[in-house]
Design a protein around this ligand. Sequence first.
Ligand code: NDP
Ligand code: 8X3
Length: 258
Amino acid sequence: MYSLKKKIVFVTGASSGIGAACAHQFAQHGADLLLAARRMDRLEDYAQKLRNKYQVKVHTVKLDVRKFSEVEAALNELPQEWKNISVLLNNAGLARGMEPLQQGRVDDWEEMIDTNIKGLLYVSRGVIPGMIDRGEGHIINIGSAAGHWVYPKGNVYCATKHAVAALTEGLRMDLLGTPLRVSTIDPGLVETEFSIVRFHGDVQRADATYAGMTPLNADDIADAVLYCATRSPHVNIQEIILMPTAQASISLVHRKQG
Ligand code: NDP
Ligand code: 8X3
């Protein structure tokens, strides 16, 4: 097994959901955490809880992954002791809206493309050269079942997650011959703030996404991430697709009535 003790793990989108659950489990394994998101109050509160509970070091970074100059500055300005990142978890991401493409909102498209594709690229471009120099690193992307299949009205979100799948595969090819590993974890329905964000704060519509079925929770995804991150260095788990038992395919969900 690969020990994460005292390794630096960089989690984007650590203020909520899957990113926060992964940060928790990485801390349980003794990793030091570099946590990034835009909502600093939440991030700092959470960081303090992890420091107290697990006696690990946690450094927080205010970061909007959509802004290349911000990503570049945040990485350049990291204190020296935080620069040697061993695991990068590209998790920051979102869906916005669920309309037929011909009625879609351009602002929503831009936000998804800028966050899910360009943000992942900016952070990866900033972190990977250092990993290559040090001869150690694991990039774990949070893709989606929506990166394998498309569902009605999922158009642009699905396209961004298909892009994540392509970038994961391409990166693995580009890093061939180095000791770096590249993995993607691709969940189906997970109950987090994802649907509230998607529906612009409409909680009723968000709740309907999970009505009558038991979705995955953020810790289920963290289990898969930690499994990948703790394999021996010669083992690369390329991809894990995980779905709720009640989800047979991207748009076939069994819901109990009443
Ligand atoms: P949440 O909304 O709970 O968390 C999203 C996280 O991303 C937050 O911490 C948010 O932090 C961060 N984030 C969003 N935009 C930016 C940005 N521009 N810059 C930096 N951070 C940002 O949703 P999930 O935990 O569910 O989502 C995490 C990932 O999992 C996403 O990539 C999503 O696509 C993927 N996923 C989710 C599934 C689901 O059903 N929930 C299924 C499959 C994949 P802040 O707002 O503080 O910046
Ligand atoms: C999120 C999963 O099916 O809601 O990536 O698009 S889904």
